[in-house]
Design a protein around this ligand. Structure first.
Ligand code: NAP
Length: 275
């Protein structure tokens, strides 16, 4: 029996149990998957519990960085990202991994889009962008521009990637319009347009600046189609919401828990029918 959990605060909204259930049932693996409200302060106590009672667990923000000092080992990628979303428990020791950005790339590939040699524009410079920008560079994208409300954060995140092809700048109407003219892939990594968030893009005029054939992706999955995606789709662009990223990062995490390569495409097709 594989004993798993997802932890965070708040955690009630998490769809991880539903997705892991669908994956593990499609693989005929016996499992239990708990959802636990764990704050930064509760983390040491939870980890003691996990060492004797779990085989692994997933984490949401801000625990993805809070977990770092408690790990006995960390994958090269998670170390590079300074962010862990998957912990495997092995003989009472904790090993950290990150499957978020890998999940995004798999989702993109699943839509028939290979990021290699593409020009990327990312709106937002939070935790997920730190990992995404680094992962995209390792997939040989041509250039990445990070636009953020707080420009210093965009510049800092871009600098943390350590590539001349990644730039950070302030999110202004003018900058986003200029950047979109050359973008092959536009990614929204802010909560703008998210269910329950009282914030939205003031103008979506930048969509019309994108070249033909560009893809617009939103990391948000509730609602399934944000105003950004609806507008982009109406204008004839390919669109992708954040749900496939969530599914693929979960499949990658289950590969780690089960310690075996999984047939991504087959499981994805199975899971999408069940969730
Ligand atoms: P985060 O660390 O909290 O960063 C949020 C980002 O959004 C910051 O850059 C912030 O700008 C910007 N922002 C927030 N409110 C804004 C507003 N009103 N106007 C303009 N910019 C605003 O979040 P995160 O972990 O990076 O996640 C970002 C998004 O990705 C969230 O919507 C999250 O739900 C989604 N996500 C999806 C998945 C998935 O599997 N699909 C996985 C992870 C995250 P400032 O720096 O100026 O504050």
């Amino acid at each position: 029996m594989l004993r798993l959990a997802v932890i965070g605060c708040p955690i009630a909204h998490s769809r991880s149990p539903q997705i892991h259930r669908a994956i593990l049932e499609s693989l005929n693996v016996e499992y239990q998957y708990e959802k636990s409200n764990v704050t930064e302060e509760d983390l040491p106590q939870f980890l003691e519990y996990a060492k004797s009672n779990l085989d692994g667990f997933n984490l949401t923000m801000p625990l993805k960085t809070d977990i770092l000092p408690y790990l006995d080992g960390i994958s090269e990628k998670a170390k590079f990202f300074e962010s862990v979303n998957t912990v495997k428990v092995d003989k009472g020791k904790l090993y950290g991994f990150n499957t978020d950005a890998g999940g995004y790339i798999r989702a993109l590939m699943n839509k028939g889009v290979n990021p290699e040699n593409k020009r990327i524009v990312i709106i937002g410079a939070g935790g997920v962008v730190r990992t995404l920008a680094k992962e995209l560079v390792s997939h040989n994208v041509k250039e990445t521009v990070i636009l953020n409300r707080t420009s210093k954060k965009a510049v800092d995140v871009a600098a943390s990637v350590g590539s001349n092809e990644v730039k950070g700048m302030e999110l202004t109407d003018e900058n986003i319009i200029d950047c979109c003219r050359f973008a092959d892939i536009l990614i929204n990594a802010t909560p703008l347009g998210m269910e329950g968030c009282d914030c939205r893009f003031e103008s979506l005029a930048f969509i019309n600046e994108l070249p033909k054939g560009a893809i617009v992706s939103d990391l948000i999955y509730a609602p399934p189609k944000t105003e950004l995606l609806k507008t982009a789709e109406k204008a004839g662009y390919k669109v992708m919401n954040g749900f496939d990223m969530l599914i693929f990062q979960a499949i990658l995490a289950d590969e780690i828990y089960l310690d075996k390569k999984l047939d991504m495409k087959k499981i994805y097709t199975d899971v999408i029918k069940r969730v």
